[in-house]
Each structure stands twice: as C-alpha cells, then as structure tokens.
Design a protein around this ligand. Structure first.
Ligand SMILES: [Zn+2]
Length: 644
C-alpha cells in the first residue's frame, strides 16, 4: 500500500475516534441531503445509477477539503462536482482499504475537492455514479417462486445496522441525519415504495415505471428503505394503509386494524407524530426480522398474521420508534439502548393503555426472560451485556441482542419509579422528544438533561443523587436492581405448568378458563414448561415422561394445530427437546413457511442437538435455504456447521 494511503487511513482513524467507530465518515464534511436516482435490474440483481450528496464542509479554508463516504462492495464508475443540476467537473476519488479487523465496515470512499470548488456557504454537491453488487447485504432479490403471487419478482432492503453502505455510498452513521429524495425505475407493473412520501409515478417508453419519493424529515442512513413488488394497499385508518401482495392484503388489513389507536396512544404520551403517514408493508415470509421501523412505512413479517390480532405488539413497537430512534436517534450503535430501551418503554405504555396492565406485566416479564437468555448466552461479564457498548473494530450486528431493549426498559422503569411514577415520567418523554427531535442523543448528554429536568420539577436531590449511573450504563450483567412487576398472571401460568409436571395433574381444556385470555399468558405457560423440562434433564426416562405429558397437553389445548407463530415456535421447541418424532413434520413445515430468524435459529439449533433431529435439521435447511434471506442463510449455516 502506498504511504499516502496508509497515512490517510491513519488520519481517518484518528478522526474516526471522535465520531462513530462503525463508520469511516469524518466530521470535516457532513451530508445534508441525499438524492438517489437508480434503476433496478432483477435479472442481474443490480441497482445502477447515481447518488448526489449535498455536502457542507466544517472549515474548508483550513481543514481538509475532502469528504469520506462508507461503501461496501460497490462499483464506483465516476465522481463529479454538480453545478446548476449538471455534473461539470470530475473529482478525484479513492476507495481505500477498510478495517482489517472487521470487513463488514466496508471500504471508505474519499472524494477530494479543490478549495475553489466549495461555495461560500461551505456547500458543494457531489454526484457518484455506481452500481451495487448482486450480493449486497442490504438488498434481497426474490424470484417469483418466493413470493405469494408466484408471478412477479420482489425486492426489499434492510439497512440497519450498517448495510446502507452496500446499497449506496453514504455517510453510514446515525450521528448524521439528512433529508432524502429519490427516483427509482422498476419493471412494469411493479410498485415501488420507500421510507418516504411517494410523490408520483410515470410509465416510461421502455416498459418501465419511474417512481419519485421525498423524505423531508432528516433521517439516519439506516432508515433509507426500498421495497418493490406486485403490491396493493388497503386503507386501515385516516393516515394509514397496509401494503402487500394481494394474497395477504385483506388478512393484513384485519390484523393491523388497531394501528390508529396505537398512533393516538403514542401521541398522547410522546407528543406529535411528525411523519404524516404511517403505513405498514407486510413482506414476503423470508423477511428475517419481526419488524423494521422504516419511517412512514414499517416493514413487518407475515408471521404476525395470527388471525386474532394477538401479535400486534410488534406494530406498537415499530410505531413507538416514530419518536425514539427515528425522531430522536441514538448517536452511535454503542448507544443503541437509547433507541430500543425507550421504544420498548413506549410500546408497553401504549399496550397498557389499550389492553390493560395485565398485558403490560406479562410483556415486561417475558422481556426479562429474554434478557436473562441473552445475558446467559453472552456470559455475565461480556461487554455486550452493558447498556453502553464499545463497538470499535466490530460489526454492530454481532452485538445485537435483547440487552439494549430489555435492560434499557428496566433502567427506565427504575427511573420512572424513582422520580414518582408515570405522571412525572410521561411528560419527561415529551420533553425528551422535544429536545432531541430531528437530532441525535447519547447517554452522557442525556443523563445531564434528565437530572436537570427533574431537579427543576422538584424531585428530591438525594433521590437523584442515588442513581448509580455507572452501574446501569457501563457494568455488564443483569440489572443490579430487580424490577417490581405484578406477577399475578405469570404465577398463574407458572403454577399450572408446575401442577402438570410436578403434581401429575391431568391437563384439561377447562384449565385455561381462569386465564386472562391474553396470548402472552399462554406463551408464559409454554415457557414455564420449557424451564421445567430443562430442569428435569435429558435422560431417556425424562424424555419419555415428557412425550406422554406433551401428548396430554396437546389433547387438551390443540397446540399441534395452532397457527399462532409464537405459540408454534414454543410448542415445537418443547416437542423437539422431548424427541417427539411426530413434531418433525410440522416443524419442517414451519421452517419452510417463513424465514424469521427469531424462529429459525433456535429451532434449527434445537433440532440439530438431538440424535434423531440432526438429519431433519440438515434436510430441512437444504430444502428451504434458498428461500431464506442472505443473513438468515448465513447464520443458520453457521449454527449447523454447514457450508453454503
Ligand atoms: Zn426496535
């Protein structure tokens, strides 16, 4: 590598230390607006076109006249200075080597300007012509066979955490937010949607359709999203519609009919909804996540279609991101808890308002179990079990777990109790959104804001002084102060499970009659059974006992026939662990019907662990792997020790 290049990397690394370790972008120049103009080719799986960045330099007189973009696997063909809407002058650029310790960070693109090319207001517009790689980690191209309609192809993107750089050159850091506009050309008759306002479409002569979009609220790069397919919509509220292939659109409209209620509950607690529309895109089954909070257009998995609106807490969660994450954004991935902890906090407040405190308590306790699982998986001392995380030289996806969500939620519950309850905490959430809207937030600055706010509200200083910030934010492991949630419904579910397992009570249909009717309580019941099964060990005798018990439970409650994905997931897990062979067929079917990693990875891992299940896991993966998202394929292959 030439000296000049290694020197550049050294300087870049120094600057990087001041900003976001997950991005090569520096503070010398910030993007204010992105214009994206591209055409999609489903045959070659390539997005080709250009991106224009409106850049503002912090000090072009004395500082470097260069701007650093993140890229990953992109083919750059030219870089121009734009004047009066036209690319006029070629700019010097270099794609440098990335971070050897973490290739997921991609390769920095450094564009150099001459001082005189930067206007007096320190602004310049740069156009980068490029194309994506067919293996771009942000983009999933689905052939018609993997869609519900089987006729047209489909595309969707997932940029969180640092995949936007594999879709377009950008400053791929949440510390910089910008507005964006886009022109996207797709084959007819496909429909394109983005995380932005759709401003029109036009049929072109070559049989393609051009769609235009505008996002006037500044967003971080990870919230740029695109979906293209044979999409239809059904209105479900004054500012909301469900989009999906026509085969699922009615089911989606029924399932998500409470969306407007969720939005209004969110507004009452956190303040005005600034985005205008709130639509939901119901994706094909291979979408690897539960939901993604793309602004104005939440992406959700069809595994939420339970038919009884029992799994829509995911929609409440994504709606809550309209304030926490999308409006007030964590400055870096190391402060991710400020997106997710706050979002879970608001999600559960919304659910409490609409479904009652029983629902809230069950969700909080289920969250606590998920937190315990994550902490046990990482290890009690692992730095990824801290709320604030140092993500230098690593892929933020590797740190992903329920820790930022649930430890963050527990911290906020603790603070809420300390300052005097919801009546005081809810107005603070509004103040938080007001202060950090359109901007970014990090833990230390927020701590000062929190203390100042509650001091002026007259909260006792000794109380505020008693908060152990360092322990909450920077110490690994479970929260050091146990939360106090009402456990009535949890205990009821847990006791019934114990009666079956320890007191040999015969399961009967009526046993659920005294339950709350909430699906969450059934889930807690199944999780209680899992804990008891784990406790009894894996001897042949224990497994035989469990097979008989599970058969009785199924006769009473019909779990084998459940269409609720959360229940199926837990029921299959119980049966797989007991090596109940009759479950293999429907487990394989479940693994073939959808590609959500929350279900795939644990089910494959559990199947693979047992002697009889191992070949089932391998055969099932071989059969369905091409239908999974690239990230899911990679992760399951890793879990099963197979090469793709
Ligand atoms: Zn979230």
């Amino acid at each position: 590598m030439p000296f000049q290049d290694s020197f550049r990397i050294f300087v870049t690394a120094l600057l990087r230390k001041m900003a976001d370790p997950s991005s090569f972008a520096t503070a010398a120049a910030r993007v204010q607006h992105i214009h994206w103009n591209v055409k999609l080719d489903f045959d070659t799986k390539i997005i080709q076109g250009y991106v224009e960045h409106h850049v503002i330099f912090s000090d072009p007189e004395n500082g470097p006249c260069e701007v650093v973009f993140d890229t990953k696997g992109l083919k750059i063909s030219s870089v121009h200075l734009v004047e009066d809407g036209t690319p006029v002058t070629t700019l010097t650029y270099k794609v440098l080597a990335g971070n050897k310790k973490c290739d997921q960070l991609g390769e920095p693109l450094v564009v150099t300007f001459l001082k005189e090319q930067i206007k007096e207001d320190h602004v310049a517009i740069v156009r980068i012509e490029y194309e994506t790689s067919p293996s771009s980690s942000a983009i999933q191209w689905l052939p018609p066979a993997q869609t519900a309609g089987k006729v047209h192809p489909y595309l969707f993107t997932q940029c969180q955490a640092i995949h936007a750089r594999s879709m377009l050159p950008c400053q791929d850091t949440p510390s910089n937010k910008c507005t964006y506009s886009a022109v996207v050309i797709v084959p007819s008759p496909l429909v394109a949607l983005m995380s932005a306002l759709s401003t029109g479409s036009q049929d072109l002569e070559d049989g393609t359709i051009q769609y235009t979009f505008d996002q006037k609220v500044p967003v971080p790069s990870y919230l740029i999203a695109l979906a293209v397919g044979a999409l239809e919509k059904r209105d479900i509220g004054p500012r909301s519609a469900v989009w999906s292939e026509k085969e699922m659109v009615e089911a989606g409209a029924y399932e998500f009919a409470e969306t407007e209620d969720f939005l209004q509950a969110g507004e009452e607690i956190a303040g005005p909804y600034v985005w205008g529309r709130y639509d939901i895109l119901l994706l094909p089954p291979s979408f690897p996540y539960g939901g993604m909070e793309n602004p104005m257009l939440t992406f959700v998995t069809p595994t939420l279609l339970a038919g009884d609106r029992s799994l829509v807490n995911v929609v409440a969660h994504e709606i809550a991101h309209s304030w926490f994450g999308n409006l007030a954004t964590s400055k870096t991935w190391g402060h991710f808890w400020m997106n997710e902890g706050f979002t879970v906090f608001l999600e559960r407040k919304i659910l409490k308002k609409l479904r009652g405190s029983g629902c809230y308590n069950l969700a909080a306790m289920m969250g606590l179990k998920a937190l315990e699982d994550s902490v046990n998986l990482f290890g009690m001392q692992h730095p990824f079990t801290c709320l604030c995380q140092d993500l230098s030289d690593c892929d933020p996806d590797d740190a992903f777990s329920s820790v930022p969500y649930e430890k963050g939620f527990n911290f906020l519950c603790y603070l809420q109790e300390l300052v005097g309850g919801e009546e005081l905490m809810n107005p603070f959430l509004k103040a938080h959104c007001e202060k950090y809207k359109y901007s970014v937030v990090e833990s230390d600055g927020w701590k000062a804001f929190f203390l100042e706010y509650f001091q002026t509200k007259g909260v006792d200083k000794t109380k505020l002084d008693s908060i152990e910030w360092e322990t909450w934010l920077n110490t690994p492991g479970m929260p050091h102060i146990a939360p106090t949630f009402d456990k009535t419904l949890i205990n009821q579910a847990h006791n019934l499970a114990k009666d079956y397992v320890e007191a040999n009570k015969k399961p009967a249909k009526e046993d659920f009659e005294s339950f709350s009717g909430l699906t969450e309580q059934i889930i807690v019941f199944l999780e209680s059974l899992q804990a008891l099964q784990e406790f009894e060990g894996k001897s042949e005798e224990a497994k035989a006992k469990w097979r008989l018990l599970l058969d009785d439970i199924n006769k009473a409650f019909g779990f084998n026939d459940s269409r609720n994905s959360e229940i199926r997931f837990r029921w299959c897990t119980l049966c797989i662990r007991a090596e109940e062979e009759s479950i293999y067929k429907q487990t394989s079917a479940f693994l073939g019907e959808q590609g959500r990693m929350k279900f795939l990875r644990p089910l494959y891992r559990d199947l693979f662990k047992t002697e009889k299940g191992t070949p089932i896991a391998l055969e099932t993966f071989e059969k369905y792997k091409t239908g999974y998202h690239g990230i899911a394929q990679k992760m399951v292959a890793k879990d099963l020790g197979v090469h793709l």
